[in-house]
Design a binder for this molecule. Sequence first.
Ligand code: ATP
Ligand code: MG
Length: 413
Amino acid sequence: MRYCCCWGFPVESSTSIANCHPSTEAISRTQTQTTNTTYSGGSNFSKNSHFSAASDEEAFPDGQILPDPNLRIFTFAELRAATKNFRPRTVLGEGGFGKVYKGWLDEKPSWRNGSGSVIAVKKLNSESLQGYEEWKSEINFLGRLSHPNLVKLLGYCLEDRELLLVYEFMQKGSLENHLFGRGSVVQPLPWKLRLKIAIGAAGGLAFLHQLERQVIYRDFKSSNILLDGLYNAKLSDFGLAKVGPSSSKSHVTTRVMGTHGYVAPEYVSTGHLYVKSDVYAFGVVLVEMLTGLRALDGNRPRGRHNLVDWIKPVLSDRRKLKSFMDSRLEGRYPSKTVFQVAQLALKCLEQEPRCRPSMKDVLETLQRLEAPSEKSMEPKVRNRNNNQGIAQGRGQKPLYPPRSPLHPPPRSH
Ligand SMILES: Nc1ncnc2c1ncn2[C@@H]1O[C@H](COP(=O)(O)OP(=O)(O)OP(=O)(O)O)[C@@H](O)[C@H]1O
Ligand SMILES: [Mg+2]
């Protein structure tokens, strides 16, 4: 299904998106007014904007473009209080933009998003290379896009030099943490949940790609896939998103943005960006889910730093694939389905963007694969042994500490 909307802004750059977007007026107004006083509401926003994540999702399961961003403007004092003065213990994780804190709003919740008044607050680090442009892009995209597989942006704060973003709190943290986090608080993800997460993330990308003016997400990776209490996947971080070019044309960018290990080869070598560049990154995440190995890992032996370069030849060999599967699955997965997922990953990883499937096709394939019975989910002892040889015997444990130490203590949120 195509989503009917006209973004009404040109495709050239994310800056021009911001310039044309209805929310920009309010944002720049915020900027000028905050020099002297705290801005607390413009015509587009109100302090009492409702945060109806759940009800929106129920009413529009296929997503929608909101006519106006329904974002609340928070004061810095409110967010400082919510995060207990940005106390280190409330840190959920840290990325290029800055730290992300868990917060509690001290007010009666009037919204029905299931998580009460718990929020996640992303605070720009003054040394961050990402910055105002990405902060604005996040507001312009996430503030207007609503879909069950996109994280809900609740509001923002801009005061003096402080830039913050406020999101719905995602109880289970990021996929990255579940796949690569070590220690007793991180439970290995069973196969069924991996498939559910892949379907959710594919749903988010398919939604963006099926908009009348397609959106290229540009930073698809396991740390940007957040999980709610039921492991529903939602994409976060639209700082690099771009409104796509028409049909199969590409953007040509002078600065390649994204994350090493996930960026499509044509984008790296030519600067040409397609919606199919997102499909490539999706393939990389599928391989991470199968193997439990990071897209890029300098601690692996030479020639194996880049997961795709290393594993791609293995994906089409059913027998070899078994020995590369994530040891934390302990052999509990349906071999046939896993092989089909590997074939799907291979298609997503085609060198030529045209040869990659659309995200709609990817989504439908994954949904079909989820359906069959799980007859072959019994542990396969032989496989487990092989596995340990690959995933753990080569210095995988633990390569990195989990980036978000508070994530995801399963019962602590
Ligand atoms: N809404 C949220 N709810 C719960 N945890 C969150 C939320 N947003 C972010 N996090 C946590 O904070 C971590 C850091 O997120 P952030 O998006 O800032 O960085 P990143 O994705 O790891 O890196 P990058 O800056 O390269 O995108 C995430 O991995 C996740 O664990
Ligand atoms: Mg992120």
